[in-house]
Design a protein around this ligand. Structure first.
Ligand SMILES: Nc1ncnc2c1ncn2[C@@H]1O[C@H](COP(=O)(O)OP(=O)(O)OP(=O)(O)O)[C@@H](O)[C@H]1O
Length: 344
């Protein structure tokens, strides 16, 4: 199919049919924060409902989105599923919210876990968004992101389909109202995973082990609670995604077993960046980026002494987790549940 055929398909075929034809397009829409879509409308009709400001956050205008979507479908239909090896990403500083330059050039290599800390509203999520859209000095921060030390090419930037970067955001927006089973099958199929029924089962089991309240394969994804949908996305990202870069926004808000979730997500030589207010997650990283007034103020390597502190924090956290589970189950908390060293 030629470029103009794709152009015609996008402007005439309802998005529901396009999503069924190219399952990975679900990721594309989610990447540009397109909430649930009216499946009977075409992509340009849906785009009319998206605020200009949201697109500007990604350094795009409406016309560009359509041509990127075309490039995406074209790349997907070629089944160019080979992911280039990502050995590093580099963040080149832009300006903070006060317009002052960020004097930073930070390279993160495959296998590294980096946390992003800073006060509420400081700009942690913004840094993740810059990485997600591979900013090229065209977002509010004017940062630039390099892949393997070079400017990523245009097609990679927007035709990633969640391949280069997997983003686990604070709010999970499911583009289509599928059951959990259909959702996982669609992802497994679009990522060309063989033995997909086994992996769907595994993904489902893992998601349920992270979530407090259980759900079934027949549950509609839009009916999942916040914690359940987060668990499903974590299992999906850990087991079905081949993305070499994983971005995680405030895992602690999900009300799930975050230690287990992190164990699942890190490893496999991926680059993991997570914004967090949680000491346990912040110290679990190899490095932490400190954000202040929208800019990177410091980059700190986790010291050996901090790793020892982490063990103590984990012990405290286990106690809290146990108390939380007891409370959830309607229990009454006995005084003996609190170790003596914590009293006074
Ligand atoms: N360097 C910058 N220049 C301009 N605007 C910025 C910059 N950094 C962040 N912002 C804007 O500041 C606002 C708050 O940032 P963001 O949501 O990333 O904060 P956060 O640290 O993730 O907060 P929270 O902890 O509450 O989730 C956003 O509108 C973001 O686009």
């Amino acid at each position: 199919m030629s470029d103009s055929d794709f152009e015609t398909e996008i402007s005439t075929v309802p998005i529901g049919d396009i999503l069924r034809r190219y399952p990975l397009a679900v990721d594309y829409l989610a990447n540009i924060r397109l909430d649930r879509v009216d499946e009977t409308k075409t992509f340009p009709e849906i785009l009319q409902t998206v605020d200009e400001d949201i697109l500007a956050e990604f350094g795009l205008d409406r016309g560009e989105v359509i041509s990127h979507f075309r490039a995406f479908l074209e790349a997907f239909s070629r089944k160019s599923d080979t992911i280039e090896t990502i050995s590093s990403i580099t963040i080149l500083g832009g300006n903070n919210k006060l317009g002052m330059p960020e004097t930073v050039e930070l390279t993160i290599t495959a296998g590294e876990v980096v946390s992003i800390v800073g006060p509420t509203g400081a700009g942690k999520s913004r840094l993740l968004e810059d990485i997600e859209c591979l900013a090229q000095r065209d977002t509010p921060t004017t940062r630039q992101i390099l892949i393997n030390g070079a400017v990523p090419d245009f097609t990679k930037r927007f035709s990633t389909g969640g391949k280069l970067v997997a983003q686990l955001s604070q709010n999970m927006n499911f583009v289509m109202d599928l059951t959990v089973q259909e959702f996982l099958e669609m992802h497994a199929k679009s990522r060309m995973i063989s033995g997909s029924s086994e992996i769907v089962e595994k993904c489902f089991a893992v998601a349920n082990s992270l979530a407090g309240e259980k759900f079934t394969l027949d549950t509609k994804v839009t009916q999942l609670s916040g914690g359940q949908s987060r668990s499903l996305m974590i299992a999906d990202t850990a087991l079905l995604s081949s993305s070499p870069i994983i971005l995680i926004d405030e895992l602690e808000n999900a009300g799930i077993d975050r230690r287990e979730a992190i164990k699942l997500l890190v490893g496999n030589e991926k680059i993991v960046l997570m914004s967090t207010h949680d000491p346990l997650l912040a110290l679990r990283a190899d490095k932490r980026i400190v954000i202040k007034n929208g800019g990177i103020a410091k980059v700190i390597e986790t010291a050996p002494d901090e790793e020892l502190t982490l063990l103590k924090i984990e012990a405290i956290d286990s106690i809290l987790l146990d108390i939380r589970n007891q409370l959830r189950g309607g229990g009454v908390i006995a005084n003996e549940s609190i170790p003596e060293f914590m009293e006074n």
